[in-house]
Design a protein around this ligand. Structure first.
Ligand code: ZN
Length: 343
């Protein structure tokens, strides 16, 4: 145990003091997919003090090609990613305190969580641009740095944002193309994930070890298949009129909250429904399951979610009231099924 971090402390910029600092820090990781599992494993192995992981999904077979913490059993049993990740991470390093939440990130919950926990760093591992924009505002509002990361196909991009210093994601959006395709429409190869993770973790280790001044102030992007690597100086893009990071901050993405109750999941042929209220008292998954079974519907379940097939669609209901309707991008159709079987 004593020399667990010896190779890392031998690395001069970290040293014993840096290691001690890493061990005292708390990181919030949003998303436990490909980027999330890569980041989480590296930080847990590096001895971060505490990590909080939020993810809304469960493990599927198509995840196993690149989401390094999961195994076939997790996919077979549809284990929520937050739960499967925590279990595996705790086996890797029992000294790290790991909090895992199965939840959809909303502006309100993130605001409350960051206020309560006082994170030292926010790590972006989501596949969702709306959530990134919420993280961007939260980072500015609470003065916590965040590391943006995204990948698709053989392409990846990453940028470290220090509130009050760097241009924020909102500033970059005007000139740098950041959105577009997702891995569900054009696929992804694992090394593209690994490359973004490498950038994010290196930056994270600088910040957590007290070497934030060494952070890369450039936006990096690359295409591993084409062998292209770009490092872009974006400091000039900081916009004094930016509503997220400029002189008159209104944090616009923290107030659009109520508009995204129902969302088509990017390229997944699935709709997520998030009821306005949490499940009424006494109407938990167990009760819903009984009701479905009495209608002759066969239901698979684990302690966190239940899943069943109806009318050509698979519906997955989570304990927090969220429901995923697979096999459609049609919100009206998804809502009908939701009300017919779960509402
Ligand atoms: Zn900005």
């Amino acid at each position: 145990m004593m020399d667990r971090y010896s190779r890392q402390t031998l690395f001069a910029p970290i040293g014993a003091a840096g290691q001690k600092s890493i061990g005292a820090k708390h990181v919030l990781l949003i998303g436990a997919g490909a980027l999330g599992t890569g980041n989480a494993e590296a930080l847990v192995r590096a001895g971060v003090g505490k990590i909080t992981i939020i993810d809304r999904d469960y493990v599927e077979w198509s995840n196993l090609q690149r989401q390094q913490l999961y195994c076939e059993k997790d996919a077979r049993e549809k284990v929520p990613k937050a739960v499967a990740a925590k279990e595996r991470l705790q086996l890797i390093n029992s000294e790290v305190e790991i909090n895992a939440h199965i939840a959809d990130v909303t502006a309100d919950m993130l605001d409350a969580l960051v206020k309560k926990e006082g994170f030292d760093l926010l790590l972006d591992a989501t596949d969702n641009f709306d959530i990134r924009m919420i993280m961007n505002d939260i980072s500015q509002k609470h003065g916590v740095p965040w590391i943006y990361g995204a990948c698709v196909g053989s392409y990846g991009i990453s940028f470290t944002i220090f509130p009050g210093e760097s241009p924020c994601l909102q500033c970059l959006l005007k000139t740098v193309p950041l959105g577009g395709a997702t891995c569900d429409t054009v696929g992804i190869i694992a090394p593209a994930v690994g490359m973004v993770v490498a950038h994010q973790v290196a930056e994270a280790l600088k910040i957590l070890s007290g070497n934030g001044r060494d952070c890369n102030r450039k936006l990096v992007s690359f295409d591993l298949w084409k062998g292209q690597y770009v490092s872009l100086n974006v400091e000039k893009l900081k916009d004094p009129e930016c509503l997220s990071c400029g002189e008159n901050q209104t944090y616009p993405h923290l107030s659009f909250e109520n508009q995204t109750k129902t969302a088509v999941l990017c390229g997944r042929d699935s709709v997520q429904i998030r009821p306005a209220e949490t499940m009424p008292e006494g109407r938990n998954l167990g009760v819903l399951k009984e009701l479905l079974i009495t209608q002759g519907i066969s239901v698979e379940s684990n302690p966190y979610l239940m899943s069943f097939h109806v009318e050509g669609h698979r519906l997955v209901a989570f304990q927090d009231g969220r429901v995923l309707v697979h096999g459609t991008k049609d919100i009206a159709r998804a809502k009908t099924l939701f009300h017919r079987y779960l509402g």
